[in-house]
Design a protein around this ligand. Structure first.
Ligand SMILES: Nc1nc2c(ncn2[C@@H]2O[C@H](COP(=O)(O)OP(=O)(O)OP(=O)(O)O)[C@@H](O)[C@H]2O)c(=O)[nH]1
Ligand SMILES: [Mg+2]
Length: 494
């Protein structure tokens, strides 16, 4: 047994025995009544502060212990794989009001998603005009040319007429094209890192739609290891300016919507698309196909528009939802990450307490290359990334779900006759049909999982098109149930 002795510095009367602080608390000798009142007041205030600190610590401890029971779901995958779109679907199901509040903020994104492709159309028209305006087939093969037979070419049209028509449209659309830089500036909040890439992708911190608003709902922004700071908020005067800008763009677009439609439907542009000299992303095609509606005055983005709108995520955004199942409410933290190569280092701080991962692989991307590394096929990159995720030691116990996404785009490409074996030579002479292609890609991802499955976990795979509300809500319910099952099992073991 330990023997203790009082420190020699403490001299005390019997009542102070063992309490080194009592000497400090004793009223000073000769204390007057006003001094005594003041001292008592100060002591009461000190106690109030101390009690409130104790209470805060208690609440913190409660929050931390509750947070440990929360579900943390990471959405991972390369850029453009559909992570933010899936996040919007979660938001629609579990926090529809917040999507409602953001609705108008999607207008500049939709406009940017129209203006940028129009510039791209003119660039491609220029690139091929020198050879033969009327006959893109005469163009010497590009890496992407697939040699599909011409189906609707009208060779009787005089090429100089086509050239003249397109020049006129270019002139008429020039006011619209000049808005591109201001829209980019508006969306990026003046962030230099968010400047548009060569392809026109704007790198913007997720949650940008709440900039300048008084509140952020339950969305917060990646800040672990201080890799990401909170987003900048524009002040009210800035917001008034930017809103004026959006109204101006809306007015310009409304005035030239027929020209946009004429350009998009022009036989020369159609031919360039058929020959695959002009390849626009799915969102660009979606908004150009809907140009009359989207450019009408008083336009408010529909939910479908929001699901199709494209803006590239920067850093990590946390979205929080409460979900109830079997009478139990559990808080879910959804982490939507930026998928471009330069963004992937921001993921790791979120790995060690992840309960589940949804890995998104866009299967339609077999004929595309990474914007950040044009030599890498996007399916190859997805497989490589999936290998890293499956074998990552911090993620060993996370529930693993794979979405083979953009199946609708894959279906359309195959229907247009794009051959998979032209880009994925190992596909060989298997049939160029949807089921066969999907099964081939699925087998590759399954193989990666099998080879990197030390912890013997199950891989749950879904074929998805996350712009489809009904189908995606059913998949989300399925994924939620499977994550909950594991969650309840592990909770029972605690
Ligand atoms: N047609 C179709 N479009 C999709 C699908 N999934 C996503 N998209 C579209 O593809 C674009 C890119 O999707 P995002 O959700 O922004 O991709 P992301 O994975 O968040 O990309 P980063 O933020 O750059 O990592 C958006 O315009 C979406 O509307 C799909 O299944 N089908
Ligand atoms: Mg994103």
């Amino acid at each position: 047994m330990l023997r203790t002795s009082r420190p020699p510095s403490v001299h005390s009367t019997n009542t102070e025995l063992g309490d080194p602080f009592s000497a400090h608390l004793r009223p000073p000798p000769g204390e007057t009544e006003p001094d005594r009142q003041l001292r008592l007041q100060q002591e009461a205030e000190a106690k109030r502060i101390s009690d409130s600190i104790d209470e805060e610590l208690k609440q913190d401890a409660k929050r931390i212990s509750k947070r440990k029971q929360d579900v943390k779901l990471l959405l991972l995958g390369q850029a453009e794989s559909g992570k933010s779109t899936l996040q919007k679907q979660f938001q629609l199901m579990y926090n529809p009001n917040s999507l409602e509040e953001e609705r108008l903020s999607w207008r500049p994104v939709v406009y940017y998603n129209i203006v940028r492709p129009i510039r791209r159309i003119f660039e491609v028209v220029d690139a091929y005009a020198e050879l033969d305006y009327d006959d893109p087939e005469s163009v010497i093969g590009t890496p992407d040319s697939v040699g599909i037979g011409s189906s609707s070419g009208d060779h009787s049209i005089d090429s100089t007429t086509a050239e003249r028509e397109i020049s006129t449209l270019r002139l008429r659309l020039s006011p619209l094209l000049t808005t591109e830089a201001s829209l980019a500036e508006r969306l990026s909040g003046g962030n230099a890192a968010a400047a548009p890439s060569a392809k026109g992708n704007l790198l913007v911190r997720s949650g940008w739609q709440l900039l300048g608003k008084g509140k952020r709902d339950r969305t917060s922004y990646g800040g672990r290891n201080s890799l990401d700071a909170a987003p900048r908020r524009s002040d009210d005067s800035g917001k008034a300016d930017t809103d004026k800008l959006i109204e101006e763009v809306a007015a310009i677009l409304s005035a030239c919507k027929d020209d946009v439609r004429e350009l998009w439907e022009h036989h020369h542009v159609r031919k360039l698309r058929e020959k695959r000299r002009l390849r626009l992303e799915e969102w660009a095609e979606f908004f150009l196909d809907n140009i009359t509606r989207v450019s009408s005055s008083g336009y408010i983005p529909t939910t479908d528009d929001i699901l199709h709108a494209r803006i590239q995520t920067m850093g990590v955004a946390e979205h929080i939802f409460d979900m109830s199942l079997h009478g139990r409410t559990v808080t879910w933290h959804l982490y939507d990450v930026g998928g471009a190569r330069g963004q992937r280092h921001t993921w790791v701080p979120y790995f060690d307490d992840a309960s589940a991962i949804i890995f998104m692989a866009p299967v339609s991307a077999f004929d595309q290359y990474l914007e950040e590394d044009p030599r890498t096929n996007r399916i190859d990159d997805s497989l490589q990334l999936f290998t890293n995720i499956c074998s990552h030691r911090l993620l060993k116990h996370a529930h693993l779900v794979l979405f083979l996404n953009k199946t609708d785009v894959l279906q359309a490409k195959i229907a247009r006759g794009v051959r998979v074996n032209k880009y994925i030579t190992s596909y060989g002479d298997r049939p160029n049909e949807f089921d066969s292609v999907v099964n081939y890609f699925r087998a590759h991802f399954t193989q990666v999982h099998k080879r990197n499955n030390e912890s013997m976990r199950v891989l749950y795979t879904h074929l998805t098109s996350v712009v489809d509300k009904k189908a995606t809500h059913s998949v989300i319910t399925n994924v939620r149930d499977s994550i909950f099952r594991v969650y309840l099992q592990s909770a029972a073991l605690v």
